[in-house]
Design a protein around this ligand. Structure first.
Ligand SMILES: Cc1cc2nc3c(=O)[nH]c(=O)nc-3n(C[C@H](O)[C@H](O)[C@H](O)COP(=O)(O)OP(=O)(O)OC[C@H]3O[C@@H](n4cnc5c(N)ncnc54)[C@H](O)[C@@H]3O)c2cc1C
Ligand code: FES
Length: 292
């Protein structure tokens, strides 16, 4: 699980959003799956002690390379930004449970801000001759969306729609507005009646739920957005997977610093470790009220 990987590239992509692309060569690429992450030791000394979790955003198995995108958020990612090509990094991973890869039908991807990074890997992994893929992406404004990866989306040739809070790019508003429009276009969005709502229901989720939808949803972004996406998917009868973000320490399931609560199919509450049992969960199983 511990690997030394060689830095092929560590390049700043955008000054405004302080975003970097990091390409690493080694053995993680052999087994990495979309939705998994790597836990990176960012310094050469014991300080900082804790590794930093970054999602796998691209997997090039023939070349033995993975691509990560990261935003400089604090001390650890600032140290990471100083790493040069040719140096090596200690990685734990690939860690966790990733997204389910659909083999037919349609996949709607919903991304909030830098939550788009792990979804890049999912776009690449899906066989687009068999599965219709559409990305819905929301961010603060045009500058942010351009900086974080609109070019990457464009290069991937994936159908996409964007929403910006200030209306400077795409539809004004939230990415969940885009999702609601998309579901309305499909005619599947049933208004909530208050009865039979599975979000937080004691009954748990029926096993066959969503099988007939013909499409599924995968989402990554802030917790409030993921909750809203799940609510919409429940109203639409569509399966939904969400990638949760929690502060992490060990990354191997030992410290229990990253636990969340899920409700299983039989209605029982269970504590799950986001680093090992996730970060991708069935949205209907997550107990969203826990942190509200
Ligand atoms: C599963 C997972 C995947 C992620 N993927 C990406 C990605 O692809 N690109 C990206 O830019 N960021 C990603 N993040 C967030 C990234 O891990 C944090 O921004 C980073 O750890 C911040 O570290 P720092 O030292 O720069 O900031 P500081 O705020 O100084 O960090 C202090 C401590 O808090 C922890 N921490 C701070 N923010 C977060 C956070 N949001 N999530 C988890 N731990 C945090 C750090 O690991 C560190 O232990 C991911 C987080 C998780 C949990
Ligand atoms: S980070 Fe230690 S159990 Fe998940």
């Amino acid at each position: 699980m511990l690997h030394q990987e060689i830095v092929v590239e560590n390049q700043r992509l955008a000054r405004e959003a302080d975003i970097y692309r990091l390409v690493l060569k080694g053995t993680v690429a052999d087994t990495a799956q979309p939705g998994q992450f790597v836990h990176i030791k960012v310094g050469s000394t014991l300080d900082p002690l804790l590794r930093r979790p970054i999602s796998v955003a691209g997997i090039n198995r023939p070349n033995g390379e993975i691509t990560l995108f990261y935003r400089v958020a604090g001390r650890g990612t600032r140290l990471l930004a100083g790493v040069r090509p040719g140096e090596s990094l200690s990685l734990l991973g690939p860690v966790g449970k990733g997204f389910t890869l659909p083999t037919a039908g349609e996949l709607l991807l919903v991304a909030g801000g830098i939550g788009i990074f792990p979804l890049f890997a999912l776009v690449e992994a899906v066989d687009r001759s068999q599965v219709k893929v559409k990305m819905l992406w929301g961010g603060a404004n045009r500058d942010f969306l351009e900086a974080v990866g609109r070019e990457t989306l464009f290069q991937m040739g994936v159908d996409y729609a964007v929403a910006s809070l200030d209306g400077s790019m795409g539809q004004p508003g939230l990415v969940t507005d885009l999702l609601a429009s998309e579901l309305n276009k499909k005619g599947v969005l049933v208004p909530e009646t208050g009865e039979g709502n599975l979000l937080g229901s004691d009954a748990g989720c029926p096993e066959d739920w969503g099988r007939k939808a013909g499409f599924s949803v995968a989402a990554c972004g802030p917790r409030g957005m993921l909750r809203a996406v799940t609510e919409l998917c429940i109203q639409a009868g569509a399966p939904v997977e969400v990638s949760l973000e929690e502060r992490m320490a060990c990354g191997v399931g030992a410290c229990l610093g990253c636990v969340c609560t899920v409700r299983t199919t039989d209605g029982a509450l269970e504590r799950k470790r986001v680093c090992q049992d996730g970060p991708v969960f069935d949205g209907r199983e997550v107990v969203w009220d826990e942190k509200d």
